[in-house]
Write a new protein. Structure first.
Length: 140
């Protein structure tokens, strides 16, 4: 994120005051659509398909713009054992809209214990993760 985009984001956060920012609200609440930021979500990821902890990187035009980390104790040694049903996880990246606009968004899953730099887990083992982008709603 550029320093000017970061400053605009911090200014927005300070102005936002007591307003709550969410993806959805009950219909009984009046809302304002926040067009300054978006929630980019990676959802439906099965962490059990990845040995050990891992990072989820969001990139725009092949340049990383945000990352999240998922810690899990498993190192993959129990991979041969029958697995319980998957417990899917979601990663949210709330970013200024100008950081994600007009570019190609991609997601990279990077295991921390990967023996080879850049080695990626097989997507078909991770469930059916999806990338979604939401405008945010603000309410008092």
């Amino acid at each position: 994120m550029s320093s000017s985009a970061r400053n605009r984001y911090l200014s927005f956060a300070a102005m936002n005051g007591a307003r709550k920012t969410r993806k959805s609200v009950p219909i009984s609440e009046a809302v304002v659509v926040n067009t300054r930021e978006v929630n980019v979500t990676v959802e439906g990821l099965d962490p059990g398909a990845i040995a050990g902890s891992f990072a989820v990187h969001l990139a725009k035009n092949d340049r990383r713009i945000a990352s999240r980390f998922f810690f899990q104790a498993s190192d993959g040694a129990d991979a041969a054992q029958p697995r319980p049903p998957p417990q899917l996880v979601q990663f949210d990246f709330v970013l200024p809209i100008d950081v994600v606009a007009d570019g190609k968004l991609t997601v990279e899953i990077e295991p921390t214990g990967s023996p080879l730099p850049g080695q990626r887990p097989l997507l078909e083992r991770m469930g059916h993760p999806k990338l979604s982008v939401y405008l945010m709603l603000e309410s008092d």
